[in-house]
Design a protein around this ligand. Structure first.
Ligand code: CMP
Length: 139
């Protein structure tokens, strides 16, 4: 089915000027960038976005990392966009990600792993609504 997923290019990616290279991966994989904006998240925004990870030992570091520089927030659209994006991102830990995936090629560490992608269509809807107004998404 035609789906949408939320993608974030993380501060390690913007710092190394990798936004174009990563966007090319999405487009080559058949995903369309139907909304995109650069933002510097506040601590409150990052904490709320990653609320499901609140109890994890890495939560504090994760939030600090996500507010350490600008991010690029995106909505990607395409056939099975949620799963497709997870395939091309690769595993969370870049050392475990398949060769050719975004994280294997670009990520610095399990935390500074260059990209975020929604893990289910249900979460995609919640995450997209958290960052984008309907009028900002042009399919
Ligand atoms: P993401 O897909 O955005 O979802 C949660 C994030 O937490 C993950 O990518 C990583 O950036 C980070 N993360 C996950 N596991 C760890 C870990 N073990 N240590 C530090 N950060 C982690």
């Amino acid at each position: 089915a035609l789906e949408r997923t939320l993608s974030i290019l993380k501060p390690d990616a913007t710092r190394r000027n990798l936004t174009g290279k990563i966007n090319a991966r999405f487009e080559e994989a058949g995903l369309r960038i139907v909304a995109q904006k650069r933002a510097w998240l506040s601590q409150a925004q990052a904490e709320k976005f990653y609320e499901v990870h609140k109890a994890r030992p890495f939560f504090g570091e994760l939030v600090s990392f996500m507010i350490s520089g600008p991010v690029v927030l995106q909505v990607l659209e395409g056939e099975n966009a949620v799963t497709r994006n997870r395939e091309i991102m690769g595993a969370t830990d870049p050392s475990k990600a398949e060769p050719g995936t975004i994280r294997r090629e670009f990520a610095e560490s399990i935390e500074a792993n260059s990209v975020h992608g929604s893990d289910s269509p249900e979460n995609a809807a919640i995450e997209i609504a958290y960052f984008f107004a309907g009028t900002e998404i042009v399919g």
